[in-house]
Design a binder for this molecule. Structure first.
Ligand code: IMP
Length: 421
């Protein structure tokens, strides 16, 4: 039995879909435990490309996918994903926690309204209703998956919640009347469609652990979007670090055997907020174009920069990462020179930690170590020693600085373009 956790170490979009797909070879269960359809994971199998926002990536390999209680779930999106996969010949094996909070229409409207209200101070959210749904969960006004299967309870809850939401919409001057009956009917219908999937998933998972099954916990977003440890307030609303997985899946921390940190070979971020190693020059453009750095969920161009070890040290420390998976190394091919940020300069001092104050982060100037670039790498490389010597040096430096071994290097989107170390 092994429980393996895969998390992003940067600002999301590290290439988790491919790595999860890779590590789920031996898994019986693949679990999404936080976030919602703000995530977007791309998996390429042969010529087939799958883009998933909610369904755990491992279902493509026929694994049982679990949506844990820590997820915020948009049922309409989930049903569309199930239908889409079914049409493509994959009947997803799926279980949804009865405690999962549901994204309601007013959450989506409010996400947009709050962003509009914030103007140039906006967070740059995906506008999927993620933040407002998590806010309601903590304020104990959430609708949970189990409520969708019980129209009476749902009705009672909506009677209480909808007038409050209507007042908030009115304050934001949004010309929208929430129709309780319409919402009740639509969400009860979703409940009918999903009821066979909705169970007490933490009981199922703990039984699976006792029975020696292999479990893969699939993180979404990345460490720097964590609501406590990221670039707050420019973060998502959930815990993207390792600690979030045990809460969101409902298993004890002692069961986790490996924590794989996914590191894109450079840095990207979508939305607002500081990005200390951001490149606003031709190198940034090169990474954006070559790396196809456009959001899977919102198609927004991703901001690009050099690899940042201050961020990665922070991620390794908070999550106790045991192994690294480096992705998109090939995107750095053909650059004359590549750089890694080792420290920041803040108010004349060299620092090696990530400051809490967002205004300080904005002032941080990266201190770089420069590396000689390398030519196009051979996409058929199957061992570390097949990689260009300069690329090996780049990887060795990362490993030495973080003191965490690299287990996997990805050099292309396909399953075969993966080097095991
Ligand atoms: P929200 O999660 O939609 O509330 O967005 C909050 C911030 O997290 C925004 O900057 C988003 O761009 C970012 N974000 C959310 N999900 C992802 C993701 O899967 N990849 C990268 N950024 C994300």
């Amino acid at each position: 039995m092994t429980v393996t956790l895969v998390i992003g170490t940067q600002w999301g979009d590290e290439g988790k879909g491919k790595v999860v797909d890779y590590f789920s070879k031996d898994a019986d269960y693949v679990v999404r435990y936080h976030g919602g359809n703000n995530a977007g994971h791309t998996i390429k199998v042969g010529d087939e490309v799958y883009k998933l926002h909610l369904i755990p990536s491992g279902v493509i390999q026929g694994k049982t996918g679990i949506i844990g209680s820590g997820v915020v779930l948009d049922p309409e999106i989930l049903i569309n994903e199930i239908n889409e996969l079914t049409k493509r010949g994959i009947k997803p094996k799926l279980l949804i926690s009865d405690r999962t909070n549901i994204i309601m229409p007013y959450h989506k409207i409010l996400d947009g309204a709050e962003e509009k209200y914030l103007g140039d101070k906006k967070i740059g959210t995906t506008k999927r209703g993620i933040g407002p749904c998590y806010s309601d969960k903590v304020a104990r006004k959430g609708i949970r998956a189990i409520d969708l299967t019980d129209k009476k309870t749902l009705n009672k809850k909506l009677d209480h919640i909808i007038p409050i939401k209507q007042k908030i919409l009115d304050v934001y001057k949004i010309d929208k009347k929430l129709d309780k009956k319409e919402i009740l009917d639509a969400y009860s219908k979703y409940g009918e469609k999903l009821k066979d999937f909705i169970i007490t998933t933490h009981v199922e998972l703990n039984k699976a652990i006792k029975n020696g099954k292999n479990i893969l916990l699939e993180g979404a977003q990345g460490t720097m979007l964590d609501v406590d440890y990221g670039t707050y307030p420019y973060t998502t609303s959930s815990h993207t670090i390792a600690g979030g997985s045990t809460i969101g899946a409902g298993i004890g921390p002692k069961y986790i055997d490996e924590i794989i940190g996914i590191v894109k070979a450079y840095t990207t971020r979508v939305g607002e907020g500081p990005l200390p190693t951001e490149l606003l020059d031709k190198d940034g453009e090169y990474l954006q174009q070559k790396g196809h750095e456009f959001g899977t969920t919102t198609s927004r161009p991703r901001r690009c920069g050099w690899l940042d070890l201050v961020v990665l040290r922070h991620a390794c420390m908070i999550s106790g990462i045991t192994k690294l998976a480096i992705t998109k190394l090939d995107v750095l091919d053909s650059l004359k020179q590549v750089k890694i940020c080792t420290h920041y300069q803040l108010n004349g001092k060299k620092i090696d930690y990530f400051p809490a104050n967002i205004e300080d982060v904005k002032q941080c100037k990266p201190i770089y170590k420069e590396f000689k670039g390398w030519d196009e790498m051979d996409k058929n490389s199957s061992k570390f020693s097949d990689l260009p010597k300069e690329a090996q040096e780049y990887l060795n430096f990362i490993e030495k600085e973080l003191q965490v071994p690299i287990a996997v290097v990805s050099i292309g989107p396909g399953r075969r373009e993966t080097i095991e170390i």
